[in-house]
Design a protein around this ligand. Structure first.
Ligand SMILES: Nc1ncnc2c1ncn2[C@@H]1O[C@H](COP(=O)(O)OP(=O)(O)OP(=O)(O)O)[C@@H](O)[C@H]1O
Ligand SMILES: [Mg+2]
Length: 281
């Protein structure tokens, strides 16, 4: 565990040095940037038209939505939020993917907690999208089955509102009602890229978060990551191996900017919820 933390710190230092040099940055064509003022037009969608879901405290407890429980359990996410906002503002980024080497590291839990934490800043509009099209889970975390799925939206066969619900007035969660067939082809298609641009134009989120599938399980990330500005890598402290973290970090770095590594499920971490992380910058 200590070895893993030390290796992560070293990797973070190396990445930090690389990120501070502008020629290693990935620049996504059409990136909007977090600071660019929204310009609502006639076609801008009204977020309050979406159905609202409420997360009970029992549900927050059962699914480790610690951001909602408040107190010191929410602190690691609030720190992650603040660093993410700072770096994304500085670099002009607005799209963040959350991925991991293998399954079950906590991507969906981290994605939803981070989105909830960001949404506590009422001046920010957050759109969280379930892009783990093989094993979608955000609908289960929220106990909400949408009439259509995100993959229908990416194919141009449904509207975002048919796959989404809102939490409060500034967080939308777009979900899948079932797994998708051939997700890799869809995720790397021009159709999906255009659908995302249209969603961004119509809904005007400040930050889009994508809950992805694990890197080592499929090609889904390879095809999709060029559509985001940066990615967080979630590793499970006691099950993800250091070589796998290293391989995945390098793979992400070839496709987009690595925002940081979240070391999840740390039984012996200083805080009670079991997170430790390193963001660069
Ligand atoms: N910090 C934590 N400590 C202990 N258990 C956790 C922690 N974070 C998440 N979990 C649990 O681990 C399991 C997997 O979490 P989650 O579904 O978020 O992972 P995932 O990476 O999205 O999985 P998948 O690859 O299947 O999509 C869940 O039961 C979740 O409650
Ligand atoms: Mg998941």
């Amino acid at each position: 565990m200590e070895k893993l933390e030390a290796a992560l710190i070293k990797a973070r230092e190396m990445r930090k040095a690389a990120l501070s040099s502008s020629d290693t940055l990935h620049e996504r064509p059409g990136a909007r940037g977090l600071t660019e003022a929204r310009k609502p037009g006639r076609d801008t969608a009204d977020w309050t038209d979406l159905p609202e879901v409420e997360i009970t405290s029992q549900r927050a407890l059962n699914y480790r939505l610690t951001t909602l429980l408040g107190g010191k359990d929410a602190t690691p996410y609030d720190m992650l939020r603040s660093r993410a906002i700072r770096i994304m503002r500085e670099k002009g980024w607005s799209r963040l993917a959350v991925t991991s080497p293998d399954a079950g590291c906590g991507k969906s839990t981290v994605s939803l907690n981070l989105a909830l934490s960001l949404a506590r800043q009422k001046d920010l509009k957050i759109l969280l999208i379930d892009l783990d099209l093989r094993r979608p889970s955000l609908h289960r975390l929220l106990d909400y089955v949408p009439t259509r799925s995100v993959f229908d939206v990416l194919r141009g066969e449904a509207k975002l509102e048919e796959a989404s619900a809102r939490i409060g007035t500034n967080l939308i969660v777009a979900m899948n009602a079932e797994p998708c067939k051939q997700p890799a082809e869809l995720l790397q298609s021009a159709q999906a890229r255009d659908a995302l641009a249209e969603i961004e134009q119509r809904w005007q989120p400040d930050i889009m978060i994508f809950d992805m599938s694990p890197i080592l399980a499929s090609d889904d990330n390879v095809g999709f990551l060029p559509n985001v500005d940066c990615a967080l890598l979630v590793a499970a402290a006691e099950s993800t191996s250091m070589p796998n973290i290293d391989i995945c970090e390098k793979e992400i770095a070839q496709l987009t900017n690595v925002l940081g590594i979240v070391l999840n499920k740390c039984r012996y971490a200083d805080d009670s919820v079991g997170y430790s992380y390193g963001t660069y910058g």
